[in-house]
Write a protein that binds this ligand. Structure first.
Ligand code: HAM
Length: 430
């Protein structure tokens, strides 16, 4: 056997990680909960490819966003086309709607998706280069009630996964009508204090001063806190939308904090923007972010279809979730000889068809070795098949927790296992 450690260059790429079976169980539970909840609200899964044409994100996510300017995994494929590993999901859904004319279906349209996203940012706690999002999008619903409904849906999922101590930050970033006047004021304010901003923000001051609010550098944050606030510039329509949104949040009983500096790092938002942040997560504390983007479909040449959605980061979500994996029991087969081995295979096949997890191992072992193996791997039951059992057509089933032993046919033993499992009285972890 080769016991040499794998060479360093064979480890996972920086900012990516393996999700090993024990952890993957938690992922499965979170993903199943999300799917179940989204379906309850009428969402259906839409799966788009991991790679997309680069221009989809340049145009959709936004040319001045950090994601597009610094963080995209972009390369030229063998056909000479520039492709990008998606950094987010929203533009992909918009593309799919236009491509498949989903807008011709009755609206609103509700979609969800769970999968990997890629951003070439500096890896740190809670920030990965391959990370996973739970994403939902709604199209064709202008009513601010839906803005509140998706926030409520996010909260339902968080509650179900035992996430506590979260704060919901909300804002309105205005629309095409009211933002230009605000942008002009902001540009003026940023120009006046340019020398106090970091080099990156100095560039943003000219390109898109709204992005200065995203900067994590303390001095920039302090300077930005004195900038004019978007909420003072909203047009009547945006103002009314925002107030109604807040009213529905009150109606749902969801506590929130209005943060006029919350502009989100993507260029497409209009009106509602929100983030759900978790305590104790440090700098990367946003577990969910989203908002309205009423212009994106039209800007891609599609119909006039408003949109709103959010994405949750699964890694961050799981780092604050309290998930108890369900207790699943399994049967280990202890057999002696070739005949009994075949009988074990057949019996396991039957038990699995009854929904019982079974493990038949093929290493030649004596009975004692079988039991020590069963103990080591935490088997809840051992099904014993020796010569006597073969002759009788009845097997011994040992409960490894209370050491009780039962005799019966495969059908009789299946009933015992299922009954005990159902009552939830069996588990190594108890
Ligand atoms: P976002 O704020 O860029 O929004 O990302 C949403 C969430 O993804 C974040 O709150 C965070 O939990 C997680 N996330 C983002 N980057 C990373 C990373 N490098 N490592 C780990 N987790 C990360 C969007 O992506 C929008 N598409 C959301 C949206 C949907 N807006 C409308 N519809």
């Amino acid at each position: 056997m080769n016991t040499e450690q794998p060479k360093k260059e064979l480890s996972a790429i920086k900012g990516t990680k393996d999700i090993l079976p024990q952890e993957a169980r938690l992922w499965q539970i979170a993903e199943a909960a999300a799917k179940e909840i989204f379906e309850l609200y009428g969402y259906r899964e839409l799966r788009a490819p991991v790679i997309e044409p680069t221009e989809l994100f340049e145009k959709g996510t936004g040319a001045s966003s950090d994601i597009v300017t610094k963080e995209m995994y972009t390369f030229t494929d063998k056909g000479g086309r520039s492709v990008t590993l998606r950094p987010e999901y929203t533009p992909s859904v918009v593309r799919a709607i236009i491509e498949h004319r989903l807008d011709l279906q009755p609206q609103p349209l509700r979609f969800y998706y769970i999968g990997p996203m890629f951003r070439y940012d500096k890896p740190q706690k809670g920030r990965y280069r391959q990370f996973h999002q739970i994403d939902i999008e709604v199209f064709g619903e202008k009513d601010p009630a839906v803005d509140a409904e998706i926030v409520e849906m996010a909260h339902r999922l968080l509650r179900q996964l035992g996430v506590e101590n979260v704060t919901t930050m909300v804002n309105s970033v205005g629309c095409k009508k009211c933002r230009p006047a605000y942008g002009a004021e902001l540009r003026k304010a940023a120009a006046a204090v340019k020398d106090r901003l970091c080099p990156d923000c100095q560039r943003k001051a000219e390109l898109n001063p709204l992005r200065i609010f995203d900067c994590k550098i303390e001095t920039c944050r302090e300077v930005a806190s004195n900038f004019p606030k978007i909420t003072d510039f909203l047009c009547a329509e945006c103002q009314e939308h925002f107030q109604e949104f807040l009213g529905y949040l009150d109606f749902y009983g969801i506590p929130y904090r209005v943060d006029p500096t919350l502009v989100r790092g993507l260029d497409y938002y209009t009106k509602t923007a929100f983030e759900i942040v978790a305590e104790h997560l440090g700098a990367q504390n946003a577990i969910c972010g989203g908002g309205r983007y009423d212009d994106m479909v039209r800007e891609f040449g599609g119909p006039d279809l408003c949109g709103i959605g959010f994405a949750m980061g699964l890694e961050r979500l799981l780092s604050v979730a309290k998930i108890e994996p369900p207790k699943k029991s399994f049967v280990y087969f202890a057999y002696l000889g070739e005949e009994a081995k075949k009988q074990s295979i057949a019996t396991a096949r039957y038990l699995r068809s009854e929904g019982i997890e079974c493990l038949v191992e093929f290493k030649d072992r004596g009975m004692k070795a079988h039991f020590s193996r069963a103990n080591k791997i935490g088997a809840d039951w051992v099904l014993i098949i020796g010569e006597d059992e073969l002759a009788k057509g009845k097997f011994q089933l040992k409960d490894m927790i209370d050491s009780k032993q039962y005799e019966g046919t495969a059908e009789e033993l299946a009933k015992i296992i299922l009954l005990k499992d159902k009552k939830g009285i069996k588990s190594r972890e108890e």
